[in-house]
Design a protein around this ligand. Structure first.
Ligand SMILES: Cc1ncc(COP(=O)(O)O)c(C=O)c1O
Length: 448
């Protein structure tokens, strides 16, 4: 019998719904608050930023939401994504564990981000919006939204975190190719950006600052809305195509995961894979679920569960989440997509309820795992995704120590073809390991 390493689905097996965990939660989430009045947010408060259909999804009580036909037509360009068994990595680790990964890097933009960019562009187009403004960290979300806007005939403005803008010129060119305009953030184009530059002309930027710029841009232009690539409930909802497909593919492989792992920036690839398994847990049986974040920006493992702003300039609603403080500017680690001070409020709630776990790693051990993966499985992973690889490798090594088989499933959220300068730094011994910036976090948390 040949050894199967790749598990594929037919187009007819691509999920036709997104699954929503909100109605199954044992305790309801705390509501978002209006940044001015601190009263619970009413759906219409979000109308300057989002179209009504997305606002409804944000608070939806329905267990399933149908995926529109025009979105399905685009999903079929790359979905279903493959599930692989990492047999060569298992061999290298000499582990009895079976390691599976769901590979989202086969999308045109190279990550899971188009799963939500496409529906967000679709609903905005239907609402008559002409332009979307957004932020991007690593450039993955900005590219995904640029592509989605191009496909639906919308304009797109991307505020790209300065450190990534400099580290990743080719991501910027990809966005230009798909027709977007891209500004380094902090920029001179918004009050929020000018304010940061006045205080810190050399600011490396952060997702929190770039979000302030994009939100201000959208709120001050009638024909423009804002799009967020992570954190919010409707983003988590759209990403559940990942976990739904993975469940079918694990069935094909004839195994059940004992542990499910994803890297964590705002939570969308992790939530996308994990939430269908969270539903199993809430129904009484399901795997352990582990979120993996950078030690330099550890919102889940070192943050506080509190109401905080999603951005630096305090323009967004207050959301209850694990946060390092909206003023916190993380060190310029190479996993730019994980440099966010907060976390999805839904996943924060699930962490508080004990339904998921969290751990953090420094970037050197993460790159070490990325290289082992690239040299055995062939795929050159994104630095963000490599956090999940590190955790999967450690689970597999633990299985070896304990001398027992275990099935591990992780999300490989994207490829690292535009992250080669990070690989160069690592391979030439220049990559630094950042300490946990405890004093900066304490200072930022004092403002929450
Ligand atoms: C490849 C990749 N993985 C993960 C992330 C983190 O985002 P999230 O936590 O929303 O999945 C990013 C963000 O840019 C990314 O580019």
């Amino acid at each position: 019998m040949p050894e199967h390493s790749k598990f594929l689905l037919a187009d007819s097996q691509i999920p036709s719904v997104w699954v929503n965990v909100l109605p199954s939660l044992p305790e309801p989430m705390d509501p978002p608050l209006h940044p001015g009045t601190r009263a619970p947010l009413a759906p219409q408060d979000l109308m300057p930023l989002f179209p009504m259909e997305l606002i409804e999804q944000e608070f939806s009580p329905k267990p399933f939401v149908d995926i529109p036909g025009e979105v399905m037509d685009i999903y079929r360009l790359w979905r279903a994504t493959p599930l692989y068994r990492a047999r060569r990595l298992e061999k290298l680790l000499d582990t009895p564990a079976h390691i599976y990964y769901k590979y989202e890097g086969t999308s045109p933009a190279g990550s899971h981000k188009p799963n939500t960019a496409v529906p967000q562009a679709y609903y905005n187009k239907r609402a008559g919006i002409k332009r979307l403004a957004t932020e991007t960290g690593a450039g993955q979300w900005g590219s995904a939204l640029s592509l989605a806007c191009q496909l639906f005939g919308l304009e797109c403005t991307v505020y790209m975190v300065r450190v990534s803008y400099d580290q990743k010129p080719y991501r910027r060119m990809m966005m230009h190719t798909w027709g977007a305009e891209v500004f380094p953030s902090p920029s001179e184009h918004t009050n929020a950006g000018r304010g940061v530059l006045a205080a810190a002309p050399d600011s490396p930027g952060s997702l929190g600052i770039a979000i302030s710029e994009a939100v201000e841009d959208a709120a001050t232009h009638d024909d423009t809305n804002y799009a967020l690539g992570s954190v919010l409930n409707h983003v988590m909802l759209h990403q559940t195509v990942i976990g739904q497909e993975a469940k079918l593919q694990m069935e094909q492989a004839g195994e059940e995961p004992e542990v499910v792992i994803g890297c964590f920036g705002g939570g969308s690839n992790f939530g996308g894979l994990a939430l269908p398994y969270v539903l199993d847990r809430l129904a009484g049986k399901g795997p352990r679920i582990v979120a993996v974040e950078p030690a330099a920006c550890p919102s889940l493992t070192k943050g506080t569960l509190a109401y905080d702003y999603g951005d630096t300039a305090k323009l967004t609603p207050l959301i209850k989440m694990y946060t390092l403080g909206h003023d916190f500017v993380p060190p310029g680690i190479h996993a730019g997509g994980l440099r966010y001070h907060g976390a999805s409020p839904l996943l924060s709630h699930l962490l508080k309820l004990g339904q998921i776990e969290a751990k953090s790693y420094r970037q050197l051990p993460v790159f070490e795992a990325a290289l082992s993966f690239a040299r055995t499985e062939g795929i050159l992973p994104a630095p963000e995704s490599s956090h999940a690889i590190r955790a999967a490798v450690d689970e597999a090594l633990l299985a070896r120590e304990e001398g027992r088989q275990r099935v591990i499933l992780f999300c490989l959220s994207g490829h690292g073809h535009f992250d080669l300068s990070s690989y160069e730094s690592y391979l030439t011994g220049k990559l630094q390991d950042y300490e946990y910036p405890g004093q900066d976090v304490a200072r930022a948390l004092a403002e929450v």
